[in-house]
Design a protein around this ligand. Sequence first.
Ligand code: NOJ
Length: 508
Amino acid sequence: MRLCLLLFCVTAVRGWSDTRIRKFKKEFLFGVATSAYQVEGAWDTDGKGESIWDKYLHDHPELIADGRNGDIACDSYHQYKRDVEMLRELGVDHYRFSISWPRVLPTGLTNDINEKGLQYYDNLINELLKYGIEPMVTIYHFDLPQSLQELGGWASPLVVQWFEDYTRLLFDRYADRVKFWITINQPSFCFESYGGITAPGIKSKGLGDYMCVKHVLLAHAKAYRLYEKEYKNKYKGSVGISLSLNFGHPLNNKTENQEAAEIFRDFTIGLYMNPIWSKYGDFPKTVRNRVMKKSKEQGYEKSRLPTLSSEEIKLLKGSADFVGINHYTSVFVEARTDSDEIFEVPSLQDDIGVLLTQSDEWVSGKSSWLKSAPYGIYKLCLYLNEKYNYPQTFVTEQGWSTGTSLNDRSRVDYLREYLIALLFAIEDGTKVMGYTVWSLMDNVEWNAGTSERFGLYEVDFEAEEKTRTARLSALVYKRIIQKRVVEKDWTPDSWKISITPRSERDEL
Ligand code: NOJ
């Protein structure tokens, strides 16, 4: 029923309807993702330094929904061979994982290089390549070395150089084997970090968060240029950035809500896309003007949104081979009226000044913010095409949270419906290189601990060996990868998963 609704919606918008079977091309890459803090554990093993997440959750265990932090997590530091075995069971093309900065550079700086940490990623990469799985490395996924935080972290302009030095170390060591690089995961983390919600838990809304965004973008661009200049010719890899791109639909056709949705998208999509992908670079004009106006009204000398110099604009423009799309859900956007809820001042929310809701008709995941609205990925893709002239994209995250059950029907529905919507977007011209499910297995969902499970594999966190067991969705995803189509009625004969030779894949 929901599937039909989705198809109706998408086909209605495209102005025609048909039920042809659509296939993912042979070159299309299917994969899964994790990140270091969320799966590795071994938080202080073999010389690893402390990260901001280690510190934050050690200092504030009361903030973790079920009290489980990343000290041990899935113990992937010791169990990476089992992880690769699961990837082979799924038959994926690529595995997106992140490198823990303080594991390889305990002080954050290159004065102290932790060989054992580097060796761990060597082993993981080699194990992947042994079985023909492409490593996709995220250079930064939220776990800044605590020592660098104490020197100002992402609010300091110095971080741009620290990040470039760290990145050079990784390129020198792994670029011969890693062809897909993601500099930074979701720059919008700045708004949570400096909103006091997530590590390092600093409260500087509407100020520190914007400084963080600027430095994250510059750090990304420096890393991109470094690769372009010194490694690209030799290794021929690609470097992108993963953005959290959920979609804001206007609540209805009223002009004020259409405008509100556009403002919302400028702040949540354009803030990161414009500097890299737009013709003139820089932050979107609407964002610059709004924050400037509000800042003046609030008594600030200058805009709270830092400016980008002409050199910085040049550095950023075109600094990505692809945009990594992390897309989970959608929201409805409504213009604010006088009686509406008042946001904290200053803050991003107040600068945007709109109301957000989600439909009661959308199925809910275990996470309060996560509702299934597959049409959103289609709309997002078309929006990016129109606004940024058909950028090369890679879906670097999409996922669904449940409880612990192995019978995760809702995840199966979610993945199928979103993949169908993505096929429509591809047919309408979107350039998508691949798709990545978040996540390979249950892991530490930041402040939610292990209370929200995103895994295709369930993890028994009580067990010493952190036993991993395939869920229904693992079997369904495996089948999609094998057949390159989404079959809405397929169910497995048995729930046993085993390694299938690649030669048994259906290819176009
Ligand atoms: C995005 C983040 O990159 C990842 O760390 C997180 O676990 C998922 N979303 C799910 O919330």
